[in-house]
Design a protein around this ligand. Structure first.
Ligand code: GLC
Ligand code: CA
Length: 533
């Protein structure tokens, strides 16, 4: 079962809470601020929201270092505010999922503080400690010299994020400190995570985006262990919260969906397709596995649509009928999709993103084409991610309508570029990117063939060749989507049954001509079209 019905036409909006809207003038976005903007979010046509972590934290990794999983951080408001957000979103037909940082805590978490103590206690094995300050294990990273107890503690990401202990599959006999997955202390951690999920689900939350979902179990058979772990949670969801969902940060839908997730992202790490299509090489996060070729969505026209089309088909082969892949416009960990692109070029990119199978995610601000802000000093462990986390641009005033605070007290500086895009201006313009995004989302949600389950069939997808053309099909309904991001005219011919019935519903000057047995599509530079049949 791919999951609850509402996923069939789902489109998500990702909100980085500290940068969305500040309701109380302290310069940091907050939950009442998000509630105040729910009508705007709903006007986009999305039916779900993903909120980045909003829990108690020392903010050494922007809240991905949690010190209390069941308490909203004071800077964002209170648990009552979050409950109110669930309620108000539901009233508008939108779901809300939270970020579940399942793999680690902050070093400030009381569990970790207890775990550091020399005297054995309930939390000693909540984290993964070696048995001596001199020991370690290859391939893992540890905090050394930190605790009173003798041993080093394994970390998941930054030094301040000790890994929770979901066990080893199978432990190395030479390292007796590695506990098996069925060890009672390890099972206790699993139950703690379930309790956290239950706490929020009972309050009205609709599921979770699970941070670093593939990293929880270790050892030579980690993959099988991770699968077992998430299957366990998923069957608990199916039984007790059948309308709630689990979305993974895994980057391999074929594996993630078969491990029990409803949705998994294609993002910057893992498979090459997403990067090859959407990420200009000069803006790619360092160490991306995809080094060959350029972004397909680039005027220079040297990209590869084939690797992407093949990847989507392969992923669909493993996930169809069980769960969904997601192609996001971006997220808080990568550069902005706007980088190096004009607004018109973004329309071309979004024509593709919002007509792909699976469940699209729109990162806040991408609907107006917010740009990456270069050369910012790292904030809360953001490093090169910081520039994609700047305050939302609501209007063209000096504070961009983000907050009443003085801009020098903003969580992050605004994009300083003159003419930065704003919601207020784009609201007034029928042809704005904002209204174009609304149109695409509406089209998708009104037409099941264009939504999560419609079949995906490439009609023309080649290396270094433009355009990229594909069909979305469900029952008798078909759509042809064509994008030509290159700076040159793109011409192609392909077979298209019932082509005489094709009607352009989005078109930036393309020409579809009937030929005996085929159609000929001529696309001007940086153009896009959607035909319904
Ligand atoms: C995920 C988050 C990222 C965070 C990391 C550690 O990749 O998206 O922002 O820094 O996990 O929790
Ligand atoms: Ca605030």
């Amino acid at each position: 079962m791919p999951g609850p019905k509402w996923l069939k036409d789902a489109v998500f909006y990702e909100i980085y809470p500290q940068s969305f809207y500040d309701s109380n003038g302290d310069g940091i976005g907050d939950l009442p601020g998000i509630i105040a903007k729910l009508d705007y979010i709903s006007s986009l046509g999305v039916n779900a929201i993903w909120l980045n972590p909003c829990f108690e934290s020392p903010f050494q990794d922007a809240g991905y270092d949690v010190s209390d999983f069941c308490k909203v951080a004071a800077r964002y408001g209170s648990n009552a505010d979050l409950k109110q957000l669930f309620k108000q979103a539901h009233k508008r037909g939108m779901k809300v999922i939270l970020d579940l940082v399942a793999g680690h805590t902050s070093i400030e978490h009381p569990w970790f503080k207890e775990s550091c103590k020399a005297e054995k206690n309930k939390y000693s094995n909540h984290f993964i400690w070696t048995d001596s300050w001199l020991s370690g294990a290859e391939g893992y990273r540890f905090i050394n010299g930190y605790a009173e107890r003798d041993g080093n503690c394994m970390i998941n990401f930054f030094y301040c994020q000790p890994a929770l202990n979901y066990g080893f599959n199978a432990p190395d006999p030479k390292c007796p400190w590695q506990l098996p997955m069925n060890h009672p202390d390890v099972k206790a951690v699993r139950e703690e995570l379930r309790k956290i999920m239950k706490f929020w689900l009972d309050m009205g939350c609709d599921g979770f985006r699970v941070d670093m979902a593939s990293s929880l179990v270790r050892g030579p058979n980690a993959a099988a262990g991770i699968k077992e772990l998430w299957h366990d949670y998923r069957s608990w969801f199916d039984k007790n919260y059948p309308d709630a969902i689990l979305v993974s940060e895994w980057s391999n839908p074929a594996l993630a969906v078969n491990a029990g997730f409803h949705i998994d992202f294609l993002v910057h790490f893992g498979l090459p397709g997403y990067t090859s299509l959407f990420r200009k090489e000069e803006y790619r996060v360092p160490n991306s596995p995809y080094t060959g070729g350029n972004s397909y969505f680039d005027r220079e026209g040297k990209g590869d649509a084939k690797v992407f089309a093949e990847e989507i088909i392969e992923q669909l082969r493993h996930t169809a009928g069980k769960g969904y892949l997601s192609v996001p416009t971006g997220n808080h960990d990568v550069g902005r999709i706007r980088q190096g692109r004009s607004i018109e070029e973004l329309k071309c990119v979004y024509t593709c993103i919002f007509t792909l199978p699976g469940v699209p995610f729109l990162y806040y601000g991408d609907e107006i084409g917010m740009d990456y802000v270069c050369d910012l000093v790292s904030k809360e462990g953001g490093y090169n991610r910081t520039g994609a986390r700047t305050p939302m641009q609501w209007d063209k005033g000096g504070k961009a309508g983000f907050s009443s605070a003085s801009p020098k007290n903003f969580y992050l500086p605004l994009d300083p570029k003159a003419g930065r895009p704003t919601v207020a201006e784009q609201e007034k313009d029928q042809d704005s990117l904002l209204n174009f995004v609304r149109k695409l989302i509406k089209l998708r949600r009104d037409n099941p063939a264009l939504a999560s389950d419609g079949e995906f069939k490439p009609l023309f997808a080649e290396r270094n060749t433009y355009p990229f053309v594909y069909e979305r099909i469900l029952y008798a309904k078909r759509f042809v989507i064509a994008v030509n991001p290159s700076g040159k005219q793109g011409i192609t011919e392909f077979g298209l049954p019932n082509a005489d019935k094709a009607k352009a519903i989005v078109d930036s000057g393309c020409k579809l001509e009937l030929r005996p047995g085929t159609v000929r599509l001529t696309m001007p530079p940086a153009s896009y079209a959607i035909y319904s049949i």
